[in-house]
Write a protein that binds this ligand. Structure first.
Ligand code: NAP
Length: 245
């Protein structure tokens, strides 16, 4: 019997893992996307889209779809989904793995803060910050009318206050382009989240230009097994599914 694995996706790692698990005839994988991106690249496995309706909704889905194991490969800052997954797996008694790409290591010139509001407080008056925290997370910065902000967003934000401007752009952002942007815009600070992974050219550009970085630390994942790479996640699924049979 093939075991049904639910893959909470929405990251590059989730996409790669889907492609790898797809080749295993012993399992049937369903990927899940939040639906936040308008035209996501297709995944190698059947994909459902949209929230489950909290931890209870996810637990219902797990029971109804006879999910045998869950891999949470959501973004390191997707704390709500991670918590829901932990709760739903505990409630239904199925194993869960968190696939979490390594964080960027602190560097000279960084101020690490625990959350968005602390990042807003850490900024000096008169600063002009490049803000890459995402379009839903600008409220604490909107309150800092003694500074100005250049938001980089994938989808445009409407109704920005006068001290905030936006550039709508999609990654990847090469190093030379990051340097050119920071110079052209006279950026004094970079405010970003410790997402880890490949999108670090902005950090290299800031270091080169000696621009201070305000780095928002990751939320702590729920207790339970965590792996940092695709190979370990594939091995976990193989072992977990073998125990299930
Ligand atoms: P979240 O706040 O943890 O999740 C909010 C809700 O979205 C969940 O409760 C769930 O709804 C639904 N959801 C999330 N992931 C899902 C999935 N894979 N399948 C089905 N439903 C899902 O997570 P988020 O809204 O995705 O993102 C939160 C943070 O992560 C933000 O800081 C954002 O900037 C960051 N993020 C960044 C990227 C990126 O590429 N840079 C990508 C994703 C997220 P129900 O409760 O209804 O099930």
């Amino acid at each position: 019997m093939t075991a049904h694995v639910l893959l909470l996706a929405g990251t590059e790692e989730g996409r790669s893992l889907a492609a790898q698990l797809h080749t295993d005839p012993g399992i049937r994988v369903t990927a899940s996307l939040a639906g936040a991106t308008r035209a996501p690249l297709p995944l190698a496995v059947p994909t459902r889209t949209g929230g489950f309706g909290g931890a209870e909704g996810l637990a219902r889905y797990i029971r109804e779809s006879e999910v045998a194991a869950l891999v949470d490969a959501t973004h390191p800052f997707a704390a709500q989904m991670a918590a829901n997954a932990a709760q739903a797996c505990a409630a239904t008694g199925i194993p869960r793995l968190k696939l979490l790409r390594p964080a960027w290591k602190p560097e000279r010139g960084w101020t690490t803060v625990a959350e968005l509001s602390a990042a807003a407080l850490a900024l000096s008056p008169g600063a002009h910050a490049l803000l890459t925290t995402g379009r839903k997370e600008i409220a604490p910065f909107a309150a800092r009318i003694d500074a100005s902000f250049l938001l980089r967003v994938i989808e445009p934000v409407s109704g920005l206050p006068p001290h905030m401007r936006q550039i709508v752009a999609r990654p990847p952002f090469p190093l030379e382009a990051e340097i050119a942007l920071m110079k052209a815009e006279s950026v004094t600070h970079l405010i970003t989240k410790n997402a880890g992974g490949g999108g670090r050219a902005k950090l290299d550009a800031a270091r080169k230009l000696e621009i201070p970085v305000i780095m928002i630390d990751r939320p702590t994942p729920p207790p339970g097994p965590v792996v940092a790479n695709i190979a370990d996640a594939v091995a976990w699924v193989a072992e977990t599914v073998a125990n299930h049979r």
